[in-house]
Design a protein around this ligand. Structure first.
Ligand code: 13P
Length: 253
């Protein structure tokens, strides 16, 4: 059965103490993760070790980095390698978030390299894709997302693609309070799955979790997550509020 994932993306928020308190608050509330369901916390780099320690031994709960570098090691001041993440026991990395694409000019080609290095270390990439507002308004979002997939993913083997998670994040719905309607989310998720099926076959496409990101909240999570091709969410703002994120975890179908 395909995995369902509630992933928190803290972005560049919270002090260490606030992060500790948030994880404690979330873990102290009742949450039900079935066998095929996971909660993932993408925390800032300096908090990875703290989060790993706090969440150690919790079933189906994982820590993610929000980025990594595309090279193995070396003179890349300020960057963080996949080997470093692996040495901390980190199992997930968010790649290609729209904020990294926009503010740090991450290209589809660079992301292809980052995917390669993550897969080489058995770290699961949560690969983000999604269109900006002007593309949605021109109704060319399918072509736009297809290109992101083609240029970053399509060099991967079927076995590798089975190891990734995709997050569809329409940029116009990120941090804006605007959510794609559940029908818009389902339509794009089904489209992405259909593209994967065309390239890798239906069985592979059916095995890849596709998360929705963009103003997911406790109040809309059930409706979004009950769409057949929406396998959970990548959550920004609402993941910083314990009650909200616990409700989002519990909204996994
Ligand atoms: P918001 O949930 O704050 O819209 O952010 C979405 C996002 O970018 C998650 O990665």
């Amino acid at each position: 059965m395909r995995k369902q994932i509630a992933a928190a993306n803290w972005k560049m928020n919270l002090t260490l103490k606030q992060g500790e308190e948030l994880l404690d608050a979330i873990m102290s509330k009742p949450h039900s993760l079935k066998e095929n369901q996971q909660a993932v916390f993408a925390v800032p780099f300096p908090y990875l070790a703290m989060a790993q320690q706090k969440l150690a031994g919790k079933t189906n709960v994982f820590v993610a980095a929000q980025n990594c570098y595309s090279k193995k090691s070396g003179a890349y001041t300020g960057e963080v390698s996949v080997e470093m993440l692996q040495s901390l026991g980190i199992q997930f990395v968010v790649l290609g978030h729209s904020e990294r694409r926009e503010y740090f000019t991450e290209s589809n080609q660079l992301l292809a390299d980052k995917l390669n290095i993550c897969l080489g270390y058995s770290i699961t990439p949560i690969f983000c894709c999604g269109e900006p507002l002007h593309i949605r308004e021109a109704n060319t979002q399918n072509e736009y997302v297809t290109r992101q997939l083609e240029e970053s993913l399509y060099h991967l083997t079927a076995a590798q693609v089975q190891k990734i998670v995709i997050a569809y994040e329409p940029i116009w719905a990120i941090g804006t309070g605007k959510t794609a309607s559940s029908a818009q989310a389902q339509e794009m998720h089904a489209y992405i799955r259909q593209q994967l099926a065309g390239k890798y076959g239906q069985a592979i496409a059916d095995s890849v979790p596709i998360l929705y990101g963009g103003s997911v909240k406790a109040s809309n999570a059930v409706e979004l997550f009950t769409q057949p091709d929406v396998d959970g969410g990548l959550v920004g703002g609402a993941s910083l509020i314990a009650e909200e994120f616990v409700a989002i975890i519990n909204a996994l179908k």
